[in-house]
Design a protein around this ligand. Structure first.
Ligand code: PHB
Length: 393
C-alpha cells in the first residue's frame, strides 16, 4: 500500500492524528516484520474467547518460528472487553493508522466484527474473523475472511439429525442477538421442512441473562427436545440451571450447536451434559494427526487447558495469513493478500477446510457429536458428519 493511500485512508476515517513522517520507526521496520493487530475480548463476560484465541495464536507462533517470506510475525494484542462495538472500532482505527498493522484479526462477537468492518475496507487491511459467526459478516467488507464458522452452517445438520432421531417437536432457546437469530431461523427452517414442529421460540438477553425462568417454561412445556444456542462462555451458567430444573430427568433431550457445550467448560459442566447431541465444526476429541499436533502445541502454550472451537479459529487464521504471505512472496498489499487467501484449502485440526473464493467464508465438515465420559473426562464424541457444508448450511 502506498503512503498516499494511507493518507487518504486516514482522512476517510475522520481521524485527527498527525501522519507519521516517511522515515518513522514503524515504516523502517515494515520490511522485515508483518504486524497483525489482534482485537479480542480479554476481559469481561467473553474473556474465555480471548484467552482461547490468544493461546492458540501464541501456540502457532511457537510451532512455526521461522520467518514467512522473510518476515517475522508480530502480534499487537488489544482488549475490546467484548461488549462495546465503539471500543473495537476505535482500536481497529488506532491499529490501522498509528500502529500501521498489515492485517487485523480476532473479533470475538458479531457486533464487534461489524463495527470493525468499515475500518478494514477504508484502510484496505485483510481482516481475519476468528470467532464471530453471524452469516452476514464476510459480506460487510471485501477485506474480511473468516476462519470461524457460521450459525446456519452449524445449525442445519442438527435440525436434520433431530428429525431423523425421532424428535417430533422442539423448543428453541437462543441468545437475543444476531447469531442467535441466525441459529433460531436455521433450526426452524430445516426442522419444520423435515416434518418437525417448533412449539416455542425463547430468546434470552445477551447481557446478564437469567436462564432459570426460561428453562422452567421449557420444563413445563415438555417438548421432545430443547435446541440451544448461546455464545461460547455462557454454557456453564445455562447448564447449571438446566441441571437444577431437572430437564434431563424430565426426558427433555438437549440438542444444539456446539457453542453451549464447548470443550473449554465441558468438564466443569459435568453429568448434566451427558447424552446431549450437538453439531459443530470442531471437537478436541477429533481423531486426526493434525488435531494431535494442534493439541500438543496448545498444551505447550497453555498447560492443563483444553482448546475449544474458538482456539481452532485462531490457529487456522494464522495458517491462512502465513500462507497468503508466502503466496504474495512477502508483498503485504491488502488486496493482494486477500486474493492470495481466498480459495485456499488445507487440513485443519477440525478436518478439511476451504475459504470459499466468492464469499471468503469457511466451507467445512460439520460433525454430529454426543457428550460422553471417556477415561474420567467429558468429551464431545463425533459420530456422524456432513461434508463440505457452505456458510449458509
Ligand atoms: C458471535 O457473536 O457471532 C458469536 C459469539 C460466540 C459464539 C458464536 C457466535 O459462540
Amino acid at each position: 500500500m502506498s503512503i498516499v493511500t494511507r493518507r487518504s485512508a486516514i482522512t476517510g476515517l475522520g481521524i485527527a492524528l498527525a501522519t507519521p513522517p516517511l522515515a518513522s520507526p514503524a515504516l523502517a521496520q515494515s520490511g522485515d516484520v508483518f504486524r497483525i493487530g489482534l482485537i479480542l475480548p480479554m476481559t469481561g463476560p467473553f474473556a474465555s474467547t480471548g484467552r482461547q484465541i490468544e493461546a492458540a495464536i501464541r501456540a502457532w507462533l511457537r510451532a512455526n518460528p521461522a520467518p514467512i517470506a522473510g518476515k517475522r510475525i508480530e502480534i499487537l494484542l488489544r482488549d475490546d472487553t467484548g461488549v462495546a462495538p465503539d471500543v473495537t472500532r476505535r482500536l481497529a482505527q488506532e491499529l490501522a493508522v498509528r500502529e500501521r498493522v498489515q492485517a487485523l484479526a480476532g473479533f470475538g462477537l458479531t457486533p464487534l466484527a461489524l463495527a470493525a468492518a468499515p475500518i478494514a475496507t477504508e484502510a484496505k487491511l485483510p481482516m481475519i474473523v476468528m470467532a464471530a459467526a453471524t452469516a452476514i459478516i464476510p459480506s460487510r467488507s471485501p477485506f474480511i475472511l473468516r476462519t470461524a464458522f457460521s450459525l446456519p452452517q452449524a445449525t442445519a445438520p442438527i435440525a436434520i439429525w433431530a428429525q431423523r432421531a425421532g424428535i417430533r417437536n422442539a423448543v428453541t432457546l437462543v441468545t437475543d442477538f444476531a447469531p442467535g437469530l441466525d441459529a433460531e431461523r436455521a433450526f426452524k427452517e430445516r426442522f419444520t421442512a423435515a416434518g418437525g414442529s417448533v412449539t416455542a421460540e425463547l430468546r434470552t438477553p445477551l447481557r446478564n441473562p437469567d436462564y432459570a425462568p426460561f428453562l422452567q417454561r421449557v420444563r413445563d412445556a415438555r417438548p421432545d427436545a430443547l435446541f440451544i444456542f448461546v455464545p461460547s462462555g455462557e454454557g456453564a451458567p445455562l447448564m447449571r440451571q438446566f441441571a437444577e430444573r431437572g430437564l434431563r430427568e424430565a426426558g427433555i433431550r438437549l440438542i444444539g450447536t456446539g457453542d453451549v457445550l464447548d470443550d473449554d467448560i465441558l468438564n466443569d459442566i459435568g453429568d448434566s451434559a451427558l447424552g446431549a447431541v450437538t453439531s459443530h465444526h470442531y471437537s478436541a476429541a477429533h481423531d486426526s494427526a493434525e488435531n494431535r499436533a494442534f493439541l500438543a502445541a496448545y498444551a505447550a502454550q497453555a498447560p492443563g487447558q483444553r482448546p475449544n472451537f474458538m482456539a481452532v479459529g485462531g490457529w487456522d487464521g494464522m495458517h491462512l495469513l502465513a500462507e497468503g504471505l508466502r503466496r504474495t512472496q512477502g508483498n503485504t498489499d491488502g488486496e493482494r493478500l486477500v486474493a492470495a487467501m481466498a480459495g485456499q484449502e488445507w487440513i485443519s485440526p477440525r478436518g478439511p477446510v476451504r475459504i470459499d473464493a466468492q464469499s471468503r467464508d469457511m466451507v467445512q465438515d460439520i460433525y454430529i457429536r454426543r457428550t460422553e465420559r471417556r477415561d474420567g473426562q467429558l468429551w464431545n464424541i463425533e459420530f456422524d458428519r456432513v461434508e463440505r457444508v457452505g456458510p449458509m448450511g
